[in-house]
Design a protein around this ligand. Structure first.
Ligand SMILES: Nc1ncnc2c1ncn2[C@@H]1O[C@H](COP(=O)(O)OP(=O)(O)OP(=O)(O)O)[C@@H](O)[C@H]1O
Length: 231
């Protein structure tokens, strides 16, 4: 379980509060108006922004003492964070060993992860030789190998067309279900939230609200969300 315990996150003039729990294995969309603090919430979980007050706990452990790289999570951003000078195999291999000195077993794990995301045979290419969707799959394969229990998605597939984006969201959902990962996904598209996430956290007016069923929230939105959705 991921717990925000009377957490307060401050960035300059901006401040937001979070006090709720996300059940283990849940897929949760983080929705709300632009500038409301969706990315900030994820950045606090990832350890890029220290909390001004309160705690964030995973499996009962306070995350505060853990540097970002030591936290039990992987993050996918929109730019996918692929290294342009490395091959697909190397980019994925970084998920296992930053120095890329992979033994045979680890090489087999990399190959299996590429196969799992539908990229078998493309390991020798560089990111520039892949489509946007394929680049997303490389980043996903790397996250898969890291095998962290919490996955944070900050609009990683926003640049893809609707069909490809839907396909990627389905793939993430499938993999998360297989691995039991808990997923928080920032989303600007209500349709994506409905497709991907049974639960949603509304971020608005300086607060991240406890998760509610996505359909409930989108079908009967509170005023702050209704204005954003254009209802
Ligand atoms: N480094 C920073 N210093 C000060 N304020 C910041 C910083 N980064 C973001 N902010 C402010 O924090 C608030 C929340 O930003 P955040 O990016 O989390 O919003 P968001 O909900 O993800 O927005 P969007 O949907 O537009 O991506 C905004 O008001 C923003 O201007």
């Amino acid at each position: 379980m991921l717990v925000f315990e009377r957490a307060r996150i401050v960035q300059g003039d901006f401040t937001m509060a979070a006090d709720f729990a996300v059940p283990e294995g849940a897929r949760v969309a983080v929705i709300g108006p632009s500038g409301a603090g969706k990315s900030t919430l994820l950045a606090a979980v990832a350890g890029f922004i220290p909390l001004a007050e309160g705690r964030i706990l995973w499996a009962g452990q306070d995350l505060a003492p853990l540097a970002p790289g030591a936290r039990p999570l992987s993050i996918l951003f929109q730019d996918q964070n692929l290294f342009p000078h490395l091959t697909v195999l190397q980019n994925v291999g970084l998920g296992l060993r930053p120095d890329l000195r992979l033994d045979r077993g680890q090489q087999a794990q990399v190959a299996a992860a590429l196969e799992r995301v539908g990229l078998a045979g493309l390991g020798a290419r560089r990111p520039a030789q892949l489509s946007g969707g394929q680049q997303g799959r490389v980043a996903l394969a790397r996250a898969l190998l890291r095998a962290r229990p919490l996955l944070l998605l900050d609009e990683p597939f926003a640049a893809l067309g609707p069909a490809l984006k839907a396909e990627m969201l389905d793939l993430v959902a499938e993999i998360a279900a297989e691995t039991g990962s808990t997923v928080l996904m920032v989303s600007h598209e209500p349709a994506d939230a409905r497709r991907f996430a049974p639960l949603s956290v509304l971020v608005a007016e300086g607060r991240a609200e406890p998760p509610l069923p996505t359909a409930t929230l989108l079908d009967s939105p509170p005023p702050a969300l209704a204005a954003y959705l254009g209802h």
